[in-house]
Ligand binder design. Structure first.
Ligand SMILES: Nc1ncnc2c1ncn2[C@@H]1O[C@H](COP(=O)(O)OP(=O)(O)O)[C@@H](O)[C@H]1O
Ligand SMILES: O=P(O)(O)O[C@H]1O[C@H](CO)[C@@H](O[C@H]2O[C@H](CO)[C@@H](O)[C@H](O)[C@H]2O)[C@H](O)[C@H]1O
Length: 461
């Protein structure tokens, strides 16, 4: 395989793709800079995986995308995105949805470029490189030496709405390509690797991974290959299905509580834990308070509840001032029903340890009270109960209670014995959800807003 790698300046290739990418990128589900025009690109790395002379060319691009700063936001150099660009003389009709455009000039003049992950052959090039632990330019394809990858598995792109892009290989593996990437250790690889070392079977163990090593600075984690849980349903689909049938979900909620506790217990053994005393709790409360203030600015519908919500954080600050402390450890960071997979045999696995993608990597990797994940799941039962066939408060209550009981059976402590911490985290999550829904799915805004009303009304002051 030939290669061309650059770390700065532009290239003739990129100059010719520039106008096409400016139009195509903002339309992608995973593009985080929507609402602001794309004004240009700087290549971080451009790697030729297949030369364009043959029937199919393939480029791997890491591009810094320039956009005007959001109003009031500090100056930002632009996010870095991972793209896989296919090059053909003409696109077969089956690949029409993947079209990026026709190149007018430069080294690819007269060719058609497209999103290569839609095409099995380029996706299979990635799997083959992982299998053989290839090095191409600055790209390092790695495989766990203990695990085999069979050659010849057929690739298909997942069509689910995602923050990243995933390709399934013959129902055996799933490769998640991270789209917006930052240098440094990525929890989506770090945590599953740590859990695999602990022998925790609740998280699929990484089989392979792709990193980029730029000429200077820390490597980027670009993709993770895992065993595919064939025939699995996610917890969100299952919960909605049971709700539609008028069925109870408490037994599954309890099993999910047990699975969460198993993962937390293994993580506490695998990675460092810390004690959160007064200064750390003050910082934690400060962060929650800032997020609430920013959310009220962004979504004025929150304003009537600000005072009541704030009391949840004041109560936590009060306990900190009295000398209460909590243990913090690595957690999932964005746990909800959609991140839980149930295999056909009824085993639950947790996936997607990336954390909340909008938050900085250093923050996502910080030890936190495990209640953070528990609060995420409790919010998720509430979401399911409100977004299906109408509000089902008794269903949500039964699930929330069963989840906490299941957690306590494994972890030896019931999260409900920490009501102040739990309320603060549930409030923080509901505030996050209000902003998320206002940005991405405004029709869903009433769902977290109903929780906001409940959480604000439980003001004890
Ligand atoms: N190991 C797996 N086995 C089966 N399906 C999986 C596996 N990992 C992820 N998925 C499916 O892929 C989807 C996206 O994965 P996820 O890690 O949540 O990506 P994203 O961060 O882009 O949302 C999940 O909702 C799930 O349906
Ligand atoms: O893209 P991610 O899965 O990492 O998470 C983001 O999107 C989620 C929605 O897809 C969002 O979750 C919220 O909606 C879910 C139902 O669709 C619900 O189960 C969750 O409890 C609720 O938070 C998540 O917050 C966001 O980070």
């Amino acid at each position: 395989m030939a290669e061309t790698v650059t770390s700065s300046g532009t290239t003739p290739l990129l100059a010719s793709l520039d106008p096409l990418l400016r139009a195509w990128l903002p339309r992608q589900r995973w593009f985080a800079g929507k609402g602001r025009p794309v004004t240009g690109f700087t290549p971080v790395a451009v790697t030729e995986l297949l030369p364009p002379g043959g029937r199919l060319g393939l480029y791997h691009l890491l591009l810094r995308v320039h956009q005007p700063d959001a109003p009031g936001a500090p100056p930002h150099p632009g996010d870095c995105y991972q793209l896989l660009i296919g090059v053909r003389e003409a696109l077969p009709p089956r690949l029409a949805p993947a079209l990026i455009g026709h190149v007018e000039e430069g080294p690819l003049a007269g060719h058609t470029v497209y999103e290569a992950l839609h095409d099995p052959r380029p996706a299979e090039v990635l799997l083959e490189a992982l299998r053989t632990r290839d090095r191409i330019g600055g790209l390092c394809f790695e495989r766990d030496p203990q695990q085999e990858i069979r050659s010849g598995l057929v690739a298909r792109l997942m069509t689910a709405e995602q923050s990243n892009s995933s390709v399934v290989y013959g129902d055996t593996f799933i490769l998640k390509l991270l789209r917006r990437v930052v240098p440094g250790v990525n929890p989506d690889l770090e945590i599953p690797l740590a859990l695999a070392r602990e022998g925790c079977a609740r998280v699929p163990a990484p089989t392979g991974w792709l990193t980029a090593e730029p000429a200077a600075g820390e490597p980027y984690v670009l993709a993770v290959l895992q065993p595919y849980v064939s025939g699995a349903s996610d917890g969100w689909e299952l919960a909605l299905r049971e709700l539609a049938k008028g069925e109870d979900f408490a037994a599954e909620a309890r099993a999910l509580g047990r699975a969460t506790a198993e993962v937390h217990t293994a993580l506490a053994r695998a990675l460092p834990t810390v004690t959160l005393g007064h200064p750390q709790l003050e910082l934690l409360v400060g962060g929650m308070t800032e997020r609430l203030a920013a959310a009220v600015q962004a979504v004025p519908a929150l304003r009537p509840y600000e005072r009541g919500l704030h009391s949840a954080y004041e109560a936590l600050a009060g306990l900190a001032a009295e000398g209460r402390s909590w243990t913090a450890q690595r957690v999932h960071g964005d746990l909800h029903l959609g991140q839980c997979l149930r295999s056909p045999s009824g085993q639950w696995s947790l996936i997607d340890f990336e954390g909340e993608p909008a938050r900085p990597l250093a923050e996502r990797r910080m030890p936190q009270p495990p209640v953070r994940d528990i609060a995420g799941m409790l919010r998720s039962f509430d979401y399911a109960a409100r977004s299906a066939t109408g509000p089902h408060p008794a269903w949500a209550h039964a699930c929330r209670s069963a989840y906490c009981s299941g957690y306590a059976e494994v972890a030896g402590r019931d999260p409900r014995t920490d009501p102040v911490l739990l309320r603060a985290y549930e409030t923080d999550k509901a505030v996050y959800e209000v902003v998320y829904e206002a940005r991405h799915r405004p029709d869903w805004l009433p769902v977290p807003l109903s929780a906001i009303r409940r959480l604000a009304a439980s003001d004890q002051t």
